[in-house]
Design a protein. Structure first.
Length: 68
């Protein structure tokens, strides 16, 4: 365990991560351009998933952390 990592409290109060809402991942939109035909290009937004930076992919925070 590193110095900045919080230990999980087994019986203590845990808070649902307010950044990801407990999903453990965040959607990161990306814009892609697809050439459907020679005359037409279509842009679409697709989402890529990444781990939540707030909870580190756990979905909860140890202790009570009010959203600030």
């Amino acid at each position: 365990m590193s110095d900045n990592e919080e230990p999980d409290l087994a019986g203590g109060p845990n808070a649902l991560c307010f950044t990801c809402g407990g999903l453990r991942k965040l959607s990161e939109p990306r814009i892609y351009v697809v050439q459907a035909t020679e005359d037409m290009q279509t842009g679409m937004t697709m989402a890529e998933w990444r781990s939540c930076p707030q909870c580190g992919g756990k979905g909860h925070l140890s202790g009570l952390h009010p959203p600030a």
